[in-house]
Design a protein around this ligand. Structure first.
Ligand code: ZN
Length: 298
């Protein structure tokens, strides 16, 4: 028994079991751009989800976010959907949801300062033409729970305006993603087609950019919705394990680690957390594999 502990043997066997499941039939386990290389045990594409800055909920403080950006610039290859992934370091895709005005106020300047590009998920229903006449403090001060209420977003403009989004797009630092048209829970919604098509069309027409990513509102989807999204968009993002093996994600869906309420700029990327994301990803692969098996049998 010398040289081995019970824990090590168990973990090794679990890893072997996991890898045998990976190898079974799922194409996401091999990166086509690096044939023959398997990235088991190593985080390849980490996706993170952010919302507001200096707000009441789902938010980061500006000083922590600034140090977080600085750390990211020094330690990651920052990528946006479709870009070739670096082979020798972790690739990081940062996705900001909802396009709140705090994105324009705080995040956009940080991105330019550190040369970092991100994905911005926009639900066009809440975007008004311009908001220059509304004081910044009023726009930033809308409580998170009230952002999407009819009598708040049109009056207090808590989201970026079309004017601001155009400026953000023109900078080249942002990839715009659709976040549906009106940000419903798609599981409770009958006409998902309208949410998927109208949002993409509105964003492309207003911002004159191609929109080929979709971010599920509240991270909610089912198999049917995922198929509809896949027929309209090349990439889609949900919430869960942040660790993805390629842009294919799991079953075509990229999972993002929640990155709001950071207590410090770095610990979200600790070895322990990366390992945790990897284990979560393994569970998703197994779940997907079992679902595929079940649907091929029935
Ligand atoms: Zn959202």
């Amino acid at each position: 028994m010398s040289g081995y502990s019970f824990g090590k043997i168990t973990l090794r066997h679990l890893n072997l079991l996991r890898d045998s499941v990976y190898f079974s039939d799922y194409r996401g386990c091999v990166r086509p751009e690096y044939p023959g290389i398997h990235f088991f045990g190593a985080c390849v594409l980490l996706c993170c989800m952010y919302h507001r800055v200096e707000a009441d909920k789902l938010s980061n403080s500006l000083p922590i976010l600034e140090r977080h950006f600085e750390y990211i610039r020094q330690n990651f290859q920052v990528v946006v959907p479709g870009e070739v992934l670096a082979a020798d370091m972790v690739n990081l895709c940062m996705v900001f949801d909802d396009a709140s005005y705090s994105f324009y106020s705080y995040v956009f300047p940080l991105m330019q300062k550190f040369g970092i590009r991100v994905v911005l998920a926009v639900a066009p229903k809440f975007i008004i033409e311009s908001a220059g006449h509304i004081p910044s403090s009023r726009r930033l001060g809308v409580p998170t729970d009230e952002l999407m209420l009819d009598d708040r977003f049109a009056v207090d403009a808590p989201f970026c305006s079309w004017q601001e989004l155009s400026e953000i797009c023109a900078s080249g630092f942002v990839t715009i993603a659709s976040h549906s048209f009106s940000h419903p829970n798609l599981l409770r919604f009958q006409d998902t087609e309208d949410e998927l098509v109208r949002s993409k069309k509105t964003l492309e027409e207003n911002l004159r950019c191609k929109v080929d990513s979709f971010v599920y509102p509240y991270g909610q989807f089912n198999r049917l919705i995922a198929e509809r999204v896949r027929s309209r968009y090349k990439y889609s993002f949900a919430i869960g394990a942040g660790d993805n093996v390629s842009w294919d994600g799991v079953g075509g869906i990229l999972f993002r680690a929640p990155a709001d309420d950071l207590k410090d700029p770095v610990s979200i990327f600790s070895k322990w957390n990366l390992r945790k994301y990897e284990i979560l990803r393994s569970r998703l692969f197994v779940k997907k594999w079992l679902m595929d098996r079940r649907s091929s049998i029935t």
